[in-house]
Ligand binder design. Structure first.
Ligand code: GDP
Ligand code: MG
Length: 209
């Protein structure tokens, strides 16, 4: 890790969660490699991908974690969530059951991230803001202040308008009620995929910088 022209660097862990087959792996492959896979095969092997972007002239690395198929067995481990600064909670707009699961995923996320004896969220965010920036490299692993700074509700497969089961309004109001960002995406035709990830990454950056 080199310190080029005194630039600061950030590393944020972001997790992607949601029911099986909502398109989590394809959102990640679309964003990270501009690839889409029609075959619904369980994610194999890869645990995370790292994407770099520049914000305010600083190098920001997002470590994007995919569940690698664990969600099929409702066996997403707490290690998966640990240290996450951001989360994309994905459902499929053409399958209502996946939307109904969002609250369960939210619960799992907050339980796993917070653990026992944690502070209320507002206090935690203040603590994170006080993290000093250590040059040249700062790994924001969030092990001291366990909270997820940015959570985005993602209604994926918005290309399937003809068989939509969850309206945009329903997505919006759930997001509002839970204090989440909201966006509809299509990993198939690329709609809003980059935007979804970048909003989360920028929100984390704004909270910690
Ligand atoms: P995961 O289990 O949540 O990781 O879901 P996958 O990424 O494996 O996708 C499950 C299935 O949905 C695959 O057949 C994908 O091709 C398909 N899929 C994923 N995203 C989209 C999308 O935006 N639109 C459509 N029409 N299909 C999608
Ligand atoms: Mg997958």
């Amino acid at each position: 890790m080199t310190d080029q022209e005194g630039g600061e660097e950030y590393l944020f862990k972001i997790v992607i969660i949601g029911d099986s087959a909502v398109g989590k792996s394809n959102l990640l492959s679309r964003y990270a490699r501009n690839e889409f896979n029609q075959n619904s095969k369980a994610t194999i092997g890869v645990e995370f991908q790292t994407q770099c972007l520049e914000i305010d002239g600083k190098e920001v690395k997002a470590q994007l974690w995919d569940t690698a198929g664990q969600e099929r067995f409702r066996a997403v481990t707490s290690a998966y969530y640990r240290g996450a600064f951001g989360a994309l909670l994905v459902y499929d707009i053409s399958r209502r059951s996946t939307f109904q699961s969002v609250s369960r995923w939210l619960g799992e996320l907050s339980r796993s991230v917070k653990g026992d004896g944690c502070f209320p969220g507002a206090e935690l965010i203040t603590n994170i803001a006080r993290f000093s920036i250590i040059k040249p490299f700062i790994a924001m692993h969030n092990s001291h202040s366990d909270t997820t700074v940015a959570r985005m509700l993602v209604g994926n497969k918005c290309d399937l308008e003809g068989i939509r089961e969850v309206s945009v309004e329903e997505g919006k109001s759930l997001a509002e009620a839970e204090g989440l960002f909201f966006i509809e995406t299509s990993a198939l035709d690329s709609t809003n995929v980059e935007t979804a990830f970048e909003i989360v990454i920028r929100e984390i950056y704004n909270n910690v910088s």
